[in-house]
Design a protein around this ligand. Structure first.
Ligand code: HEC
Length: 389
């Protein structure tokens, strides 16, 4: 089980493609569309919960809800009943968003929302003509169900997420004037919105203002405190991390020869690495290197990942020396980094040699492919790791 608060998600400071953002007015449009839906819902709920007498008040409520949904440019708009919305209507706002050229990651969600607005408008249209109160109420209940789908859920993207899901998980959630940065790395300054492949990965806010500015639509999966800032990771962050990794590894090209052993570390050095690991790495990678808040760093899981991604010793070295500890990269001395890397190699059952792992990079490392070692004799057969003494 991975701890929520601790799971510092992304990633090596690698480029994940230029962050694309929604046109700022799309963000505002989505919020306005939501406000109109809520205005319509309020009208319906108020009349259903109230004790109005006679047909008139009910008809009026249904018309007002309709006005908020369709907007004054629609034939169904009846100005005489008044409009609890902003006049443009949910439909007007959604159409403006959809009318633009090209499609975005959020387009299907907004198209789905539009279909559900039309369904709700249809329900209201039926309500106008009902003679029996029960039929009228059944129509309104259907309209409410459809409007719930329009609002959707921040925890889901795609059609099921509705407008909230699109705001909470995609570039649509980025307000005008706030920089969006690559979600594969932590932001240099806050506030910032982290984006990967049009997904909203995180919202980074200064801690002091966070309480007042956390967007409603954000479905926060993890919170990380980073100095004076809060990084709120969305549910989209898991799939985004996979994209970051894939992109990162595509960028590292190599022609490598397989390696059975890594002769570049000594047993004494690996032993020194134990203390470094305990102090600076264990909290995220686990006492058995099995991974907790961060991924596994030894054994089958790690070596299989390494093989799949064609990691070389050079990649491992770069990750450790430059990106770890994740919470404070580059904070150890070159000797500590070399020792802890030796400790990782030994824990992965690579045989020790006579030369210590160097404190500076070696071109030879790019030719050493990492992956499961068939001949290894792990002391932990389940994880397939070797205990370092
Ligand atoms: C605060 C948590 C944290 C600490 C402390 C930390 N790491 Fe990590 N580490 C992570 C996370 C999160 C990742 C995954 C990053 C990614 O894949 O982009 C990671 C990835 C790695 C990886 C690559 C494994 C893989 O499958 O992606 C290695 C190796 C690693 N860390 C080694 C270390 C070492 C050695 C230390 C101590 C010097 C350390 N880490 C300290 C969180 C941490």
């Amino acid at each position: 089980m991975r701890t929520i608060a601790l799971r510092l998600l992304a990633v090596f400071a690698l480029v994940c493609g230029a962050p694309a953002s929604a046109a700022p007015d799309d963000h505002a449009g989505a919020l306005a569309a939501l406000a109109d839906v809520r205005a319509a819902v309020t009208e319906i709920v108020r009349i259903e919960d109230g004790y109005a007498v006679g047909h008139g008040p009910y008809l009026r409520a249904a018309h007002r809800a309709m006005n908020a949904l369709v907007g004054r440019r629609d034939d169904g708009y009846a100005a005489s009943f008044g409009d609890p919305g902003d006049g443009a209507g949910t439909l007007g706002h959604l159409d403006t968003m959809l009318d633009k050229e090209g499609s975005s990651l959020w387009t299907p969600a907004i198209e789905g929302a539009k279909a559900n607005v039309l369904a709700a408008a249809d329900n209201l249209q039926s309500a106008f003509g009902e003679k029996e109160m029960e039929d009228y109420q059944a129509d309104l209940t259907r309209a409410l169900a459809n409007l719930a789908l329009v609002v959707g859920r921040p925890s889901q993207d795609g059609v099921l997420g509705g407008i909230s899901g699109a705001l909470g998980n995609t570039t649509l959630g980025v307000p005008a004037g706030i920089p969006s940065v690559s979600g594969c790395a932590l932001p240099a300054r806050t506030p910032a919105y982290g984006i990967v492949a049009q997904r909203l990965v995180y919202v980074a806010l200064p801690r002091r203002s966070a309480a007042t500015t956390i967007p409603d639509e954000l479905s926060v999966a993890r919170v990380v405190v980073q100095g004076d800032d809060l990084i709120l990771y969305t549910r989209a962050s898991d799939s985004a991390m996979a994209v970051c990794r894939r992109t990162a590894h595509l960028q590292r090209t190599r022609a490598v020869a397989p390696a059975k052993a890594v002769p570049w570390y000594t047993a004494a050095q690996a032993h020194d690495g134990i203390a470094v690991y305990r102090k600076s790495c264990l909290q995220c990678h686990g006492a058995d290197l099995q991974g907790t808040a961060g991924p596994a760093v030894a054994g089958t899981e790690f070596l299989t990942t390494a093989k799949t991604n064609k990691w070389t010793l050079s990649d491992l070295r770069t990750t450790v020396f430059q990106n770890m500890p994740f919470s404070n990269p580059g904070s150890l001395t070159p000797k500590q980094y070399a020792d802890v890397t030796a400790f990782l190699l030994a824990s992965n059952c690579y045989a020790a040699g006579t030369k210590p792992f160097p404190q500076s990079d070696s071109p030879a490392f790019a030719a050493i492919k990492l992956g499961p070692i068939p001949a290894a004799n792990p002391s932990n057969p389940k994880l397939r790791t070797c205990t370092v003494k």
